[in-house]
Write a protein that binds this ligand. Sequence first.
Ligand SMILES: Nc1ncnc2c1ncn2[C@@H]1O[C@H](COP(=O)(O)OP(=O)(O)OP(=O)(O)O)[C@@H](O)[C@H]1O
Length: 304
Amino acid sequence: MAVIEVEHLHKRYGDDIAVDDVSFTVEEGEIFGILGPNGAGKTTTVECLSGLRTADAGRVRVLGFDPVRDRDALRQVLGVQLQGGGLPEKLTVREALELYASFHRDPADITSLMSRLGLAWKADARYRKLSGGQQQRLAIALAMVGKPKAVVLDELTTGLDPHARRATWDLVRQVRDTGVTVVLVTHFMEEAERLCDRVAVIDSGRVVAEDTPAGLAARAGRRQRLRFRPSAPLDEASLLALPEVAEVRRDGPRIEIDGTGNLVQAVTSLLARRQIIAADLRVEQATLDDAFIALTGRPATPGD
Ligand SMILES: Nc1ncnc2c1ncn2[C@@H]1O[C@H](COP(=O)(O)OP(=O)(O)OP(=O)(O)O)[C@@H](O)[C@H]1O
């Protein structure tokens, strides 16, 4: 069942087109990633589906509701954590949760929510005293306090160290495991690859691909890269004569080969015929990063 349907969403700020033409569908129970570089239109898209902005054109349905017309009803079933959604510095964790709970007809039990999200020991700590990771835990807790059927989490792990980022990923998986559909906005490839069931790649206000992370990586051409140190000289021409080999590079004593298909088998049987041993053999598959570059012609995280 589709939980979120976005069809031909368009939103501009004056002459600036933030979202040009975005369509995607989020299915029940999945973690759906919206991936793209800074300024691609991700936040504007999720603001439109959360009812925080009105689209200029297109159709959006979230759990059957029109986010603008049915905003109050939607608030009862959709949890939202938006980028930089800062809280008053002096508010404690418990107070923030009590405040958000008061907006809902049937809120979650705050004590058990805090313990589920590892915040019980910080219940009386003020917001400003929390670490970045704890603030994000609280953000997830606030999005979950209304016992939503779906949550939108925007740039959840930006600014977190690798350890806190991984801990946050575990929490997002926990949220999904309770049956809540998750829409996750990110510009981190690794995050999308590790966490998401499906991903919409957005670039300059348009969806350039919608697929599983593995499906997106496959679009990069199922490129493989092989690296090794041959035990005896190996001529490039005989490697390039193999149909699986696209490119051969030398890096000191190492050889780096890009290719497709049964690349590993083709190269290793050539080596066996020549009685050459491949030391330090490494095989790399195309990643979501490669797919993003293949789709958009540039990296997703400039300057990251
Ligand atoms: N309130 C606003 N007023 C005017 N322009 C805006 C506003 N919000 C966003 N924009 C512009 O719309 C475009 C898309 O911005 P948006 O924040 O949706 O992108 P994003 O993909 O979420 O980027 P980021 O990863 O940096 O948050 C950008 O060019 C941005 O400058």
